[in-house]
Ligand binder design. Structure first.
Ligand code: MN
Ligand code: MN
Length: 464
């Protein structure tokens, strides 16, 4: 009797959060959603490609470019293309903008390997590219895997050349070489951070010389590469100075595990939140409050520059709406709410020491609500108020969203931030809500299908 009483009391008082599969049954919808998500990952491997795919989907769903001052009415769907690298999309709500907007902010840039402005050289009778990596990577993970080259080149005459090599089966790929173990005695003494150094991330791009009869031309291999590039793209060496060329893993998104329950892919941080929030936006009816989705660039290097969220393009857009409706922009900001949609780290049983088990996210436990980020005493954190967390918690529970809470790791074990702080700085209630990921920032990141689907459900509930 007493043990039954204690069981009853425990059920009543203890947290009842469990693996999501205990309650979630809509597997068919989840699998279909994730099949489409994998296709998105394969076509949106860079911020520019994600921008294009997002704008294509917006356009197909009736969104039009936002024109400052042009007539707007309830239910109108508009978007801003920020320099081909970031997007702001909105559906004008029934309430006027002084009542605030519901904003979801994700980012569409991912860690990768960028070419230097003067990349091409020949050494040891091979042609190579010099690079400068982008974002926080473990450099050794990027060697000896197939890489594809994506990006744009602006030629001297000002025309744009789009580059995408390595994704089609008939394309060549590129790679960063690593030392064979037999000769790596000294290299193996380096620590993981310096095992491969920044200046060792050189891309192998060719080996065949351009042969002139009777001429022992120097740099004949570099010449041959430039000749191929000139024939294919019409470019010369100096055109690399005005280019953005990015190397990304060539492999495609796949199901992972005998049970097909996981997704493995490059770039899930943070295109998983970009995709799920986009789908949520596309499917809502005209909302009460104006719904805004931001797909930002440059989060991985600190949200800097005019396509990152430290820039004011989001606040200018809200201010433009406020001016149009002749209401006070400040009021629009203070009444707005934002979900900062970015990934968090999932518990990895192979590396349990960095996690605090009671406060870390687990795969298949649903979308992660992170009250605060930051590191070392919450430094640099956006710390959402208990009131706002309470509001979102209630919303998710009422809409059968499976969710959990998670801190990035143990206190004083590192940490990180998202765009949340920059949006909170606009006087907007902001909370981090995203998908848990294994092997974050690696060339191949892992998410769970249940969590991906819950992100979509959570974002849809927020917009409604
Ligand atoms: Mn992220
Ligand atoms: Mn990241």
């Amino acid at each position: 009797m007493s043990s039954e009483l204690s069981k009853e009391l425990k059920t009543k008082l203890f947290s009842q959060k469990k693996n999501g599969y205990n309650s979630f049954k809509d597997l068919e919808k989840m699998n279909e959603f994730c099949d489409n998500y994998r296709k998105f990952l394969d076509t949106a491997k860079t911020e520019r490609e994600a921008n294009k795919v997002i704008i294509t989907e917006l356009t197909l769903n009736g969104f039009k470019p936002f024109v400052r001052g042009a007539e707007l009415s309830v239910g109108d769907k508009v978007y801003i293309d920020n320099r081909g690298k970031a997007v702001v999309a909105a559906i004008i709500g029934k309430e006027d903008i002084s009542k605030g907007a519901n904003i979801i902010a994700s980012h569409i840039d991912s860690p990768r390997i960028d070419l230097k402005p003067n990349p091409l050289y020949e050494d040891g009778e091979l042609a190579l590219f010099k690079t400068h990596y982008y974002g926080g990577i473990k450099k050794y993970q990027w060697t000896a895997i197939p890489l594809a080259l994506h990006g744009v080149i602006i030629t001297a005459s000002g025309s744009t050349v789009e580059v995408n090599i390595g994704e089609s089966d008939s394309d060549p790929v590129f790679c960063i070489t690593d030392l064979l173990p037999h000769l790596a005695v000294e290299q193996m003494k380096r620590d993981l951070k310096t095992g491969i150094k920044g200046e060792e991330l050189n891309i192998l791009i060719g080996s065949k010389p351009y042969v002139f009869e009777g001429d022992d031309a120097s740099e004949a291999i570099k010449l041959n590469i430039l000749n191929i590039l000139n024939e294919k793209y019409g470019i010369v060496e100096d055109d690399f100075l005005s280019a953005e060329l990015e190397l990304v893993p060539q492999f495609k998104a796949r199901n992972v595990g005998f049970d097909n329950s996981l997704i493995g892919s490059y770039g899930q941080d943070d295109r998983v939140c970009a995709y799920t929030s986009l789908q949520a936006l596309l499917e809502i009816e005209t909302p009460a409050k104006t719904a805004i989705a931001v797909f930002a660039d440059k989060e991985e290097i600190g949200s800097t520059g005019n396509t990152g969220l430290k820039c004011k393009y989001l606040s200018y857009f809200i201010a433009d709406l406020a001016h149009y409706y002749k209401v006070c922009p400040h009021q629009s900001f203070e009444n707005s709410a934002c979900l900062s949609a970015d990934v968090n780290s999932a518990f990895d049983p192979t590396f349990p020491d960095v996690y605090e088990k009671k406060n870390c996210a687990k795969l298949n436990h649903g979308i992660v609500v992170t009250k605060y980020t930051g590191a070392g005493g919450k430094s640099g954190a956006s710390d959402a108020s208990a009131e706002f967390v309470g509001k979102i918690r209630k919303l998710f529970d009422e809409n059968e969203v499976i969710w959990q809470t998670g801190e990035l790791g143990k206190v004083d074990n590192g940490g990180g931030g998202t765009v949340a702080a920059y949006i909170a700085n606009l006087n907007i209630d902001t909370l981090d809500v995203g998908v848990p990921v294994l092997s974050m920032h690696a060339p191949y990141e892992i998410t769970s299908k249940l969590d991906v689907y819950m992100a979509y459900k959570a974002y849809a509930a927020f917009y409604k």
